[in-house]
Write a protein that binds this ligand. Structure first.
Ligand code: OFO
Length: 175
């Protein structure tokens, strides 16, 4: 059985994961409208992944005799300026999620909830990968980036660094 404080913080996380899914869906829709099909597909896949994170929390709370609550989701922005600006927002958001997962870990320790402490480690590991992959994409945006992805199969990002563009000129973007 979950302590009330642990149940509450996990329910807050349900809400944050739901918002993550909405945020990436809004970004996917914006990218698709900008003609950035590959990036949109990657973001649609991220939105699905975040929904899976939310469901994982919902099922865990209920399995431990708590009550997972489904709150209204805050509306995300619908425009993102540029691809770089959008990926900066993704990284900022993932760092925020990492901090909130860390708060759950801390609370599990003060509440002596070793079961949830063990269970939440999946999210701790997931955040390492999520932050690293977004950061790698942002680094590549200093050059040129494009992406092709298939839901459930993965994404293939291709990029060219600025030195190549200087050498070959603007007309040589996509070989
Ligand atoms: Fe992208 O993060 Fe969920 O947990």
């Amino acid at each position: 059985m979950l302590a009330k404080k642990v149940e509450d913080i996990l329910n807050i996380q349900v809400d944050k994961e739901g918002y993550s899914s909405h945020l990436y869906l809004a970004m996917a829709s914006w990218a698709e409208n900008e003609g950035l099909g590959g990036i949109a597909e990657w973001l649609y896949a991220q939105a699905e992944e975040e929904r899976m994170h939310m469901l994982k929390l919902v099922r865990y709370i209920n399995e431990r005799d708590g009550h997972a609550k489904i709150a209204a989701v805050k509306e995300p922005s619908s425009t993102f300026g540029s691809v770089k600006e959008m990926f900066d927002k993704v990284l900022e958001h993932e760092r925020f999620i990492t901090a909130s997962i860390n708060d759950i870990v801390k609370l599990c320790m003060t509440e002596n909830d070793y079961t949830t402490h063990n269970w939440i480690q999946w999210f701790v590991t997931e955040q390492i990968e999520e932050e690293a992959s977004v950061k790698a994409l942002i680094d590549k945006l200093g050059g040129d980036l494009w992406c092709e992805s298939t839901l459930g199969a993965g994404a293939c990002f291709s990029f060219r660094l600025p030195a190549y563009q200087e050498e070959h000129g603007e007309g040589n973007k996509h070989p």
